[in-house]
Design a protein around this ligand. Structure first.
Ligand code: VGL
Ligand code: ZN
Length: 201
């Protein structure tokens, strides 16, 4: 069984949001197109959500650091981010144009204050896992089509973890946009995913 994984299509990652990705909203139409087709074929459509408590350790405001700079959180390298995707806030909601009736389930990540969680499968320290792998296993899923925000963080780490867990992975490039703290981060991320075995479509 093949599933569609829509990564972090939330207001805060779209123009007007606190961690806006350039053209982040452009991927919503692509996601809706794929989701409609998967729904029609009765294949699972999964949406992941970055879902932070207000005291999350990745927030520059909580660390007393400047957003966009690099530091360390509990022994792991950490980019300090603007406050984003705070649980139950408007910024954490899925983009209003995303057709939520096609979704089979929602997977939440980033709830632990002291560790960031770019991947939809594991936190950045790989100490705890989300419900995603178990959910996919219980639905007989072995193959994934993935897209979303942001190419160079959550999409990249979710794709690499999916490959390491043994899934066959396709990434829809037109359905992804990146943060690009450094120019070409997103291009490089797609190259890394391809090198590790993902099929970029
Ligand atoms: C993300 C930075 C911080 C993402 C989440 O969804 O790519 N990036 N939190
Ligand atoms: Zn986050």
């Amino acid at each position: 069984m093949k599933a569609l994984i829509l990564i972090d299509l939330q207001n805060d990652f779209c123009p007007g949001g606190s961690l806006a990705v350039a053209e982040g909203d452009k991927v919503i139409a692509v996601a809706n197109r794929y989701a409609a087709e998967f729904y029609r074929l009765q294949r699972p459509v999964v949406a992941t959500l970055d879902w932070h408590p207000a005291d999350h350790g990745s927030f520059a405001s909580n660390a007393g650091r400047e957003a966009g700079t690099l530091g360390e959180l509990k022994g792991l390298p950490q980019v300090w981010w603007p406050d984003h995707c705070i649980q139950y806030s408007a910024g954490a909601e899925l983009h209003p144009e995303l057709e939520q009736r096609y979704l089979s389930t929602r997977i939440y990540k980033g709830e632990q204050p002291l560790v960031d969680s770019y991947s939809a499968f594991f936190d950045n320290g790989r100490r705890s896992k989300t419900q995603l792998h178990d959910w996919l296993q219980s639905h007989g899923v072995s193959s994934l089509i993935m897209m979303g925000l942001a190419t160079d963080y959550c999409v990249k780490y979710s794709v690499l973890d999916a490959l390491s867990l043994g899934y066959e992975v396709q990434v829809v490039a037109e359905g992804c946009r990146g943060v690009n703290l450094n120019s070409f981060d997103s291009e490089r991320a797609l190259e890394e995913m391809a090198e590790r075995g993902a099929d970029i479509v």
